[in-house]
Design a protein around this ligand. Structure first.
Ligand code: PMP
Length: 284
């Protein structure tokens, strides 16, 4: 596989970053994951805009223009012959030398890394037909979840808690309400209404979330952006999560309680279809 590191395209075995990199020592970096369907990037603009926002919140300069980033994404997709899969992008505050809590000089060159992952049949996975089971756990992450940093240890622990409990993922709960999944935004459907937590610093502003809510409103579905509890979710008609790599994924069980009849809901399936159809049209 060919990867991109700081201006160079290299075989993955030859790519190197410094042990002093701020992301390695302090998780001081941001990332994006953009999915690829039919060799094209889904919602590239949304991801590029969120990347800019994450960099801004951490007082980092964008080292490349949006067009340059798009070209690197495309080159890797071409070079690695990715039909379905994803492109991972990470930008860190670089490797200034000595370890220091203070940010280094703003002119320290950032580290830019991109690589692809091939996932044949990504849009047609068995999981998307069966749905996933989630457990609830307390949200123990930091308070700036709107910044997409590489500081992912708690979500990783949450995923392992889910696996140990025989589930697929965890929904995190804070002050009695669901924030989001370990790597996705969380939704329930009651009657004709889609309910998902409002945007704030408490959750990542999902690019898939923005698109799905737009398509839902265009399809005359009602949307309520507000917190909801696990009890409300367990009593809902349908539940699902969204992310760039899972698209719209049905949730069929929460803490052992079946949602609806325990199979993926009809509205969720329709949203998934609309999302995939519409986002393929604007893929680049
Ligand atoms: N929330 C969290 C915590 C995530 O890690 C992700 C995926 N990166 C999402 C939501 C979904 O965001 P997106 O739709 O932009 O992939």
């Amino acid at each position: 596989r060919t990867v991109y590191v700081n201006g160079e395209y290299l075989p993955e075995t030859e790519a190197k970053v410094s042990i002093f990199d701020r992301a390695f020592l302090m998780a001081d970096g941001v990332y994006e994951v953009t999915s690829v369907l039919g060799g094209k990037l889904i919602d590239f603009d949304g991801h590029a805009n969120r990347l800019d926002r994450s960099l801004g919140e951490l007082e980092m300069k964008a080292p490349l223009t949006k067009d340059e980033l798009l070209e690197i994404h495309r080159e890797l997709v071409r070079e690695n012959e990715i039909e379905d899969g994803l492109v991972y992008l990470q930008i860190t505050r670089g490797a200034p030398g000595d370890r220091d809590f203070a940010y280094p000089d703003p002119d320290t060159p950032p580290t830019v890394v991109l690589f692809t992952q091939s996932k044949p049949g990504l849009a047609d996975s068995a999981q998307s037909k069966e749905g996933i089971k989630v457990i609830s756990i307390e949200d123990q992450r930091w308070g700036r979840r709107d910044i997409k940093t590489v500081q992912l240890l708690f979500p990783s622990m949450g995923k392992m808690m889910a696996k140990k409990a025989g589930a697929d993922d965890a929904w995190m709960v804070e002050d009695g309400a669901v924030t989001e999944g370990t790597s996705n935004n969380a939704y329930i459907i009651k009657g004709d209404t889609i309910i998902t937590r409002h945007l704030s610093n408490d959750i990542l502003h999902g690019i898939t979330r923005a698109a799905v809510l737009r398509f839902a409103r265009e399809a005359q579905m009602k949307v309520e952006e507000r917190p909801f509890t696990i009890e409300e979710a367990q009593a809902a008609d349908e539940a699902f999560v969204t992310s760039a790599s899972a698209f719209v994924m049905p949730v069929v069980e929460i803490d052992g309680a079946a949602i609806g009849d325990g199979t993926p809901g009809a509205r969720t399936a329709r949203l998934r279809e609309i999302y995939l159809d519409e986002s393929r049209k604007t893929a680049v």
